[in-house]
Design a protein around this ligand. Structure first.
Ligand code: DLL
Length: 437
């Protein structure tokens, strides 16, 4: 297999080298936060910790966690370590409730992020000469600009098409000879579905070779569907605006976990309730400490994303730790009649059933107890107008979910095209319990 590196020296560092860099950088980052962000100054004092207590990367556990609510409570700029004159860009997460979380970047931060994205896009095999159709949204969301800067840095040709206008996406893909597609997994499937409806044969008419898809969870089975529908290789990329944006981690051609750029970030996985570190390889909540971030530095930022870490050296030569595909968010877990289930587990079961399309929606409601309804579209090939067939199909999917996850769900087949398609992050879970409060 061919492995590509953007910054070979950094990416192929040994564990010893990585830990050395982390210790050195963490020491100065702890002091930087203490000296420049009143929020951290108070937090350290309250916890009885001084920056001089942080001598090596292992001392990170002495530092208190930072939560998303801390960012909200300090809206808009109170978490910044630099005055606004030093901030060259602002991004913000959409924030479904309350204020959005705002992140400020100094010009050094933009440079670090661009380098991270250059590594991230090179790692699965993107290079100069590629034509990148960047269908992530441009704007306050970090997807569009993150890929844009990274793509330009590696010398590829970037098409800043953003999300939506799917007819034009397909036309340009053909006319401009796009070789790499970057967007959310759900949007890539919508592009494939649209092309099929337009009788456009993607395997013959376009040059697309690979896609880098992230910003939302997607199962292995969804990956296979994307790869088949677009005749490409699909790679997972992870990131969050609080930690620059996309580019925190990405898969290499081995597709066996996402490499985290550990010279720039310290990842930890902790128990979602106790916040104690979990045993190696165990799943928990992911936290990050960026080591060189100037505008909005964060210490032990709790992402709420569920994953596990694998420290084994990868065949690609990188010793930087790999995180498993995100299983969901700690706050996404559904408890249906006492059974804990993540939407991604439901997706995994659904995608394994022939005839179930990737268009589904999970509706949670409360009728004394919590209830779960899963609306699914069947593939056109499986669609039948015989009522009995469809009812049997619904029962079969219900049984499969119960057998695998012990969760009782009501399956509702809906007509093809009824589930709303998304140009960005798909809204897979509708929680009527929250909306009915
Ligand atoms: O989604 C940044 C991004 C853009 C990542 C483009 C990848 C590609 P936010 O809007 O701040 O930033 O959302 C971050 O999205 O905490 C996860 O819950 C989820 N997420 C991001 N990537 C993945 C992924 C961008 N590969 C939140 N798998 C994160 C699962 C993901 N969830």
């Amino acid at each position: 297999m061919d492995y590509l590196y953007w910054n070979k020296d950094a990416e192929l560092s040994s564990r010893e080298e990585i830990e050395g860099i982390q210790s050195k950088r963490l020491r100065s980052m702890a002091k930087y936060c203490y000296d420049n962000v009143p929020f951290y100054n108070q937090k350290f004092k309250k916890a009885g910790v001084k920056p001089s207590d942080i001598k090596s990367a292992e001392d990170i556990t002495k530092i208190p966690f930072t939560l998303k609510t801390d960012l909200r409570e300090n809206y808009p700029f109170k978490m910044f370590a630099k005055p606004l004159e030093e901030i060259v860009r602002l991004h913000a997460s959409s924030g479904t409730s309350g204020s959005p979380t705002v992140v400020g970047y100094t010009s050094n931060d933009i440079e670090t992020w661009t380098e991270m994205m250059a590594r991230t896009m090179t790692c699965p095999g993107c290079h100069k000469g590629d034509v990148i159709q960047n269908a992530y949204g441009y704007g306050l969301f970090t997807g569009g600009l993150g890929f844009h800067y990274g793509g330009e840095r590696i010398g590829a040709t970037v098409i800043p098409i953003s999300g939506g206008n799917t007819g034009l996406q397909i036309k340009l893909m053909k006319d401009f000879g796009s070789t790499v597609l970057t967007c959310t997994p759900s949007y890539s499937l919508y592009i494939a579905e649209y092309a099929k409806q337009e009788k456009f044969d993607v395997s013959k008419e376009i040059k697309l070779r690979m896609g880098i898809f992230g910003a939302e969870p997607s199962s292995e089975t969804l990956r296979s569907k994307i790869e088949e529908a677009l005749s490409i290789d699909a790679y997972d990329i992870y990131g969050l605006s609080e930690i620059y944006g996309p580019g925190v981690s990405v898969e290499c051609p081995e597709k066996n976990g996402l490499h985290i750029w550990e010279d720039l970030l310290i990842p930890e996985v902790v128990d979602k309730d106790t916040k104690e570190p979990v045993s190696p390889g165990e799943k928990g909540v992911l936290t990050f400490t960026p080591l060189t971030k100037e505008g909005t530095p964060l210490l032990r930022y709790v992402t709420n994303d569920i994953t596990s870490l694998n420290h084994e050296k990868c065949n690609c030569g990188r010793e930087m730790v790999r995180m498993s595909k995100v299983a969901g968010r700690a706050d996404d877990m559904l408890i249906v009649r006492g059974v804990n289930v993540y939407p991604s587990q439901i997706e995994h079961v659904l995608m394994g059933i022939p005839g179930v399309s990737e268009n589904y929606q999970i509706v949670v409601d409360r009728d004394i107890l919590d209830t779960l309804t899963v609306k699914i579209e069947v593939t056109p090939e499986r669609f039948s107008d015989k009522m009995k067939d469809l009812v049997d199909f619904e029962r079969m999917v219900e049984d499969e979910l119960f057998e695998t996850l012990r969760v009782k769900a009501k399956i509702e087949l809906v007509a093809p095209g009824e589930i709303p398609r998304s140009m960005g992050k798909a809204k897979r879970v509708i929680d009527l319990r929250k909306e009915n409060i």
